[in-house]
Ligand binder design. Structure first.
Ligand SMILES: C[S@@+](CC[C@H](N)C(=O)[O-])C[C@H]1O[C@@H](n2cnc3c(N)ncnc32)[C@H](O)[C@@H]1O
Length: 316
């Protein structure tokens, strides 16, 4: 059933991959009630990226509410909806978008299951506040009978081989041999310049982030929708695990990128960061650039000038 998958433009229950070039609300109108198992997305944050028009926060939230309402209509009773967001910044003051989006989901009768912190190391260096190094995924379900395949996404414990050494269980594993629950704090590199998945899109999901959600919240053959598809990451994560993927995107160059990446995924040639790869640790890797200049007695001339305020260290 998964051998002859091809990309089509219109939703049909028997299709596998749908990419709609246009507004997500138009696509959502074509999807029957309760036919999707997972809606996962990272919407525009209303911060003036090239693909969005900055709106008043109230208008932005109304737009988001319309997409969320339609997504919930299309969501199966056993389904999940995950909205991945960061901060909206208004004249230097931050508004964490999950806090203002939460009431929209709650008023639609959804139940929140987790607020996942996605921590990463790279991003803008702020000079008037601490640099932002996490975003959140807010996960809601439509009912209490939702799909949750915990065993599919377990991760190794700190001491996976640990066994009871006495008592009636002596010799048996003292923790689940399948691994532990990954928790709600996920350390996954974001897609910046050196990441193997980087394209020209400014804010791609890493595939591994969505793979974990797909594996946990859907079964084979289920539909996964990303209303703000970008470079097609959610569809890639879905089809990699024999789910079906659908998404909408308004910008032609991102549609092309998404199609190219999905074709590569189908051909088995798309390079991605594996789900189980540990995060790079420069000290463990023996990188010679890990000694801080101020810890070095031969302090460099450049650092001296910065310290004496003779040259400015510029940040955004
Ligand atoms: C934050 S990005 C998502 C990137 C995506 N997660 C990925 O991995 O590439 C949001 C995307 O939504 C698209 N977009 C904005 N408004 C849209 C709309 N009304 N319908 C569909 N796509 C839209 C933007 O062009 C942008 O590519």
């Amino acid at each position: 059933m998964f051998d002859k998958r091809k990309i089509v433009e219109e939703f049909g229950l028997s299709e596998h991959i749908v990419i709609y070039h246009g507004d997500c609300l138009e696509l959502l109108k074509t999807i029957p009630d309760e036919s999707l198992k997972l809606v996962v997305t990272s919407p525009p944050y209303n911060i003036g990226k090239e693909y969005e028009r900055r709106l008043k926060l109230e208008s932005y939230l109304e737009q988001q509410a319309a997409v969320i309402r339609e997504s919930v209509r299309c969501l199966s009773r056993h389904g999940s909806i995950c909205w991945q967001v960061g901060n909206y910044v208004d004249n230097g003051a931050i508004v964490p978008l999950d806090t203002v989006l939460y009431p929209i989901f709650r008023n639609l009768g959804l139940k929140m299951r987790n607020r996942i912190i996605w921590h990463f190391e790279h991003g803008l260096h702020c000079s008037r506040r601490f640099s932002g190094r996490y975003e959140t995924i807010i996960w809601f379900t439509k009912s209490d009978e939702y799909t949750f395949n915990l065993d599919s996404v377990r991760v190794p414990q700190k001491y996976p081989g640990k066994k009871y050494f006495k008592g009636p269980n002596a010799g048996k594993y003292s923790c689940n041999p399948l691994g532990k629950n990954p928790g709600d704090f996920w350390v996954i590199p974001n897609v910046k310049s050196n990441h193997v998945e980087k394209t020209e899109h400014p804010c791609q999901f890493p595939v591994e982030l969505i793979e974990r959600l797909v594996l946990a919240m859907t079964n084979q053959g289920d539909w996964v929708l990303d209303p703000f598809l970008g470079t097609g990451t959610s569809i890639i994560a879905a089809i990699r695990h024999n789910r079906r993927g659908i998404g909408a995107e308004v910008v032609p160059k991102y549609i092309k990128l998404a199609k190219d990446r999905i074709q590569q995924e189908l051909a088995g040639t798309l390079r991605t960061r594996p789900m189980d790869k540990p995060v790079y640790d420069p000290i463990e890797a023996g990188n010679s650039l890990t000694v801080a200049p101020w810890a070095n007695h031969n302090i460099s001339r450049q650092l001296l000038l910065i310290k004496e305020r003779k040259v400015r260290y510029r940040t955004k």
